[in-house]
Design a protein around this ligand. Structure first.
Ligand SMILES: *Cc1c(COP(=O)(O)O)cnc(C)c1O
Length: 393
C-alpha cells in the first residue's frame, strides 16, 4: 500500500499502513534498512539505476527503503503528493529555502517562528542574498504589505510557540497564490492528526519530526511535504548538501506515526483541561492556549485545527523570580526546553528558548519574564495538575 492507493482509507488506517513496503522476507512490521549502500546484479544494472532508467536504491544519502516508507506515510497523512525527509527540523527548513530560492529572492516570515529560524533567515540566507521581512503572523494585512515583486516564499508556524498566535492560513495562502509565491507552514505543534495546512491552501508543510512524530523524545528528524515539483527541488538540495535522514531515525518516526493521533489528541485534551484550570489560579495572570474560548483567535483556530495541541504558556505574577520558583518547585514535570515528548516539560522561555533575543526583541515578541511554558505529555492529568498546584503555592 503506497500513497497512490491510499484513497478511500481513513486517516487511522493510513497512519499504520500507508507507505509500507515488504522485503523478500515478508516481514509484517516495517524493516529498518540500516545500510549505507545497495548492490547490483551487474555493472549494467548499476548504470541503469544511476541513470534513473530503472527504479531502485543506490545510496542512503539519496534514498533508503525505511526513509521512503516514512516519507510516503507522512505524505499520505498530510494529504501531500510527495515528501522529503531531512536530518532535523532545521535541515528541512533550510532545504526549503535553499532548494527553492536564489540570490535576490525575498521571503516573508512570521516573527513567531522556532528560534533558530531567525538566524537561518537573517544571517545564513541573508549572506547568500536572500532577504526576509518579518511580520506579525496573526496580522493578515501585514503579510500583504510585506509582499514585494521578488517575494518567493512565505513562512509561518501556527499556532506559534509559546504564545499560540494563529496565522489565518487560508488568507495567507491566497496572498501567496496571487503573487506566485510558495507558502510553507511549520506544522510541528499540531501535526496532520490535528491540522492539515495543504487542505487550507498552503503549498508546503515542514516538520520537526523530533517532536510529536517521534513523540517519545528519542531522535532528531525533519520532513517537508507538498507537490512533486516543489519536493523534487527540495530533495535535490537534501541529497546534495547531505542533510538526509538516518534510516534509524526514519524508522522511529515511521512507527511513531502509527500512534500519533491517539497520543496528540490525548495530550491536547489534557493541555486544554490544564489551561482551563490554570486560568482559575490566583498567581496566574494570563494563559495562552488557542483552545480556550478566551483566546482572541479561538474561532479562527477552531476552523483550522480539530484540537489545539499540547503546548501552553502562562504568566505568573512576580516576573522571572516567580517564574523560576514555580519551575524549580515542580516535582514531576521535567525542566527541559524540548516538547513533543510523552513526559511533560516546563521551560522559562525568556532565559532559554528566547534568551538570544534582546530585551527589546523579547518585549516585541511578547515573551515576558513571568512567562512559563508547559508541553503536556501523557502522564495522568490529575498528577500534572497536582504538581503545578503545589509548585504555584
Ligand atoms: C524543534 C522545532 C524545530 C526545529 O527542529 P529540530 O528537529 O530541532 O531541528 C522547528 N520548528 C518547530 C516548531 C520546532 O518546535
Amino acid at each position: 500500500m503506497g500513497t497512490q492507493d491510499d484513497e478511500g482509507f481513513e486517516f487511522d488506517t493510513r497512519a499504520v499502513r500507508a507507505g509500507s513496503m515488504q522485503s523478500n522476507f515478508q516481514e509484517h512490521s516495517e524493516a529498518l534498512f540500516l545500510t549505507s549502500s545497495f548492490t547490483y546484479k551487474s555493472a549494467a544494472e548499476a548504470a541503469r539505476k544511476f541513470a534513473n532508467q530503472e527504479p531502485g536504491f543506490l545510496y542512503t544519502r539519496f534514498t533508503n527503503p525505511t526513509v521512503t516508507m516514512f516519507q510516503q506515510r507522512l505524505a499520505s497523512l498530510e494529504g501531500a503528493e510527495d515528501c522529503v525527509a531531512a536530518a532535523t527540523g532545521m535541515a528541512a527548513i533550510a532545504a526549503t529555502v535553499f532548494g527553492l530560492l536564489k540570490q535576490g529572492d525575498h521571503m516573508v516570515s512570521s516573527r513567531s517562528v522556532f528560534g533558530t529560524v531567525v538566524p537561518l533567515f537573517d544571517q545564513i540566507a541573508a549572506r547568500l542574498g536572500i532577504t526576509t521581512t518579518w511580520v506579525n503572523g496573526a496580522d493578515t494585512t501585514a503579510w500583504q504589505s510585506a509582499m514585494r515583486p521578488n517575494t518567493k516564499l512565505l513562512f509561518c508556524e501556527s499556532p506559534s510557540n509559546p504564545l499560540a498566535e494563529i496565522t489565518d492560513i487560508r488568507a495567507v495562502a491566497n496572498i501567496a497564490r496571487q503573487a506566485g509565491a510558495v507558502f510553507a507552514v511549520d506544522n510541528c505543534l499540531l501535526t496532520p492528526a490535528l491540522q492539515r495546512p495543504l487542505e487550507l491552501g498552503a503549498d508546503l508543510v515542514v516538520h520537526s519530526a523530533t517532536k510529536y512524530l517521534d513523540g517519545q523524545g528519542r531522535v532528531l528528524a525533519g520532513a517537508v511535504c507538498g507537490d512533486k515539483t516543489l519536493i523534487e527541488s527540495i530533495y535535490g538540495y537534501v541529497r546534495t548538501a547531505g542533510a538526509a535522514l538516518s534510516p534509524f531515525n526514519a524508522w522511529i518516526c515511521l512507527k511513531g506515526l502509527e500512534t500519533l493521533r491517539l497520543r496528540i489528541e490525548e495530550q491536547s485534551d489534557r493541555a486544554l483541561e490544564l489551561a482551563r484550570w490554570l486560568g482559575t489560579r490566583p498567581l496566574v495572570e494570563r494563559v495562552y492556549y488557542a483552545g480556550l474560548e478566551s483566546h482572541p483567535q479561538h474561532q479562527l483556530a477552531a476552523t483550522q485545527a480539530t484540537k489545539q495541541g499540547a503546548v501552553l504558556a502562562f504568566e505568573v505574577e512576580g516576573g522571572q523570580q516567580a517564574a523560576w520558583r514555580v519551575i524549580d518547585a515542580c516535582k514531576m514535570i521535567s525542566i527541559t526546553a524540548n516538547l513533543g515528548d510523552t513526559k511533560s516539560t516546563i521551560t522559562h522561555p525568556a532565559t532559554t528558548t528566547h534568551a538570544r533575543l534582546t530585551q527589546r526583541e523579547r518585549d516585541a515578541a511578547g515573551i515576558s519574564d513571568g512567562l512559563v511554558r508547559v508541553a503536556v505529555g501523557l502522564e495522568s492529568a490529575q498528577d500534572l495538575q497536582r504538581d503545578l498546584a503545589q509548585s504555584l503555592r
